[in-house]
Design a protein around this ligand. Structure first.
Ligand code: SF4
Length: 330
C-alpha cells in the first residue's frame, strides 16, 4: 500500500472536467484528497496578490486556490494539460500553469506536475497515470487498479454532465452533482455559454445558473451537448479554433444558431476578463447571433463584478425576451 499522503487539488480550471478521475485515482492509491474550498473573496484576493497583473481572472483564482491549499497538504497536483484528441489544444495559460504557480506562490509544498498530451501517442492517459502513480508507490498493479477505477468514475461523471447535471460544492470539502432545471414547455430557454470553471463556480459566475433558475429560465450549457450535436455544429465553422474550452463554447453557439435555431430564445456568453481566446470567441458569437437575429448578451466577469450590477443586466435581458416570447414586444 502507498504511503498515506495528503494531496491537494485546486477546485478550479480543469478541475471541473477531471476531478472524479483524479480523486478516485489518488484515493485508490491510499491517499487523502483535499479539494481547496469553493472560491470566495479571500481566495480571489490571494490570487490577485500572487499573480502577474495581466493574467485572466480564472488564472488568478487558480493561484488563490493553490495558496489556500499550501498549509493543509503534503503536495499539490497541478498537471500540465497540453492537448486533447486531434488538433485541439489548451490555451497557453494552461500550459504554463505549473511554472506560473512555482514562480509566484511562496512557501509551496511539493508540486505533482506531469504533462498530459492526449493527442501525442497511444495510451497517453494510462501512461500519464503510471508516471503520476510511480511518484507515490512502486506497486504497478495498485496503480493500474486505481487507474481503471478512476476511469469508471470519470465515465459516470461525463454521462451525468450529458444528462444535464452539473457539479456544485458540497460543504467546503466535496462536490455533489445537481440536476439542471427541468425542461418546461412554455418557459424561456437560453443557451448559457461559458467555460466550466466560470459557469460551475458560483463566486466567479455570480451564481448565474441559480439566478436564471429563479427567474424560471431553462438553460442549455456546453457540457450537456451530445458529441453528435457538436459534430454537426462544427460544420458551420470554416476553421477550427485551437483551444478546447473555446471550441466547446463556439460549437454550442453554432448548434443553436444553425442546427436547432428555435430551441432557444437567446444566448448569454459569459467571458472572463483578461481572456485572450474569449476576445475572439465573443466577437465571433456576437456576429453569428446578429446574422441569425438571435438575441445575445455578453457578461464579463472581473475582480470587481458585483451581484447587483449583473442581476440588473440579466433581469433586463430576460424580461425583454419574455415579453418578446409573449408577443408583448416585437
Ligand atoms: S481560456 Fe481564457 S479564461 Fe481560460 S485560462 Fe485561457 S486565458 Fe484564462
Amino acid at each position: 500500500m502507498a504511503v498515506t499522503k495528503k494531496i491537494g487539488i485546486p477546485r478550479t480550471l480543469y478541475f471541473y472536467s477531471f476531478f472524479p478521475l483524479w480523486k478516485t485515482f489518488f484515493e485508490e492509491l491510499g491517499m487523502e484528497v483535499v479539494f481547496s474550498p469553493p472560491t470566495n473573496k479571500g481566495i480571489l484576493d490571494l490570487g490577485v496578490k500572487d499573480t502577474v497583473n495581466d493574467a485572466c481572472i480564472p488564472v488568478k483564482v487558480f493561484h488563490g486556490h493553490v495558496a489556500a491549499l499550501r498549509d493543509k497538504v503534503d503536495c499539490i497536483f497541478i498537471p500540465r494539460l497540453i492537448s486533447f484528441k486531434g488538433s485541439i489544444t489548451l490555451c497557453p495559460k494552461f500550459l504554463g500553469l505549473p511554472d506560473m504557480v512555482k514562480s509566484s506562490v511562496e512557501n509551496l509544498p511539493s508540486l505533482v506536475v506531469e504533462n498530459l498530451h492526449l493527442n501525442r501517442r497511444y495510451f497517453a492517459l494510462p501512461r500519464f497515470f503510471l508516471r503520476v502513480g510511480k511518484r507515490f508507490t512502486n506497486n504497478v498493479w495498485l496503480i493500474w487498479r486505481a487507474y481503471f477505477k478512476a476511469l469508471h468514475s470519470w465515465k459516470i461523471y461525463k454521462a451525468q454532465l450529458l444528462q444535464g447535471y452539473y457539479p456544485a460544492a458540497k460543504g467546503t470539502r466535496d462536490v455533489v452533482m445537481v440536476p439542471g432545471r427541468k425542461r418546461n414547455e412554455g418557459s424561456l430557454k437560453l443557451a448559457v455559454l461559458a467555460y466550466p470553471y466560470v459557469l460551475y463556480d458560483p463566486f466567479m459566475s455570480i451564481n448565474l445558473l441559480k439566478s436564471l433558475e429563479k427567474m424560471g429560465v431553462d438553460t442549455y450549457i456546453p457540457d450537456s451537448m451530445q458529441p453528435t450535436q457538436l459534430k454537426r455544429a462544427k460544420r458551420h465553422l470554416p476553421l477550427n479554433l485551437f483551444w478546447y474550452y473555446s471550441s466547446q463554447v463556439t460549437w454550442t453557439s453554432l448548434y443553436f444558431l444553425y442546427e436547432e435555431k428555435h430551441k432557444v430564445d437567446g444566448i448569454i456568453h459569459v467571458t472572463a476578463f483578461g481572456c485572450g481566446p474569449d476576445a475572439m470567441v465573443d466577437k465571433l458569437i456576437e456576429l453569428e447571433a446578429r446574422k441569425n437575429k438571435m438575441p445575445f448578451i455578453t457578461i464579463t466577469i472581473d475582480e470587481h463584478t458585483g451581484e447587483a450590477g449583473m442581476s440588473t443586466r440579466l433581469e433586463a435581458f430576460v424580461d425583454m425576451l419574455k415579453k418578446r416570447k409573449d408577443g408583448t414586444v416585437s
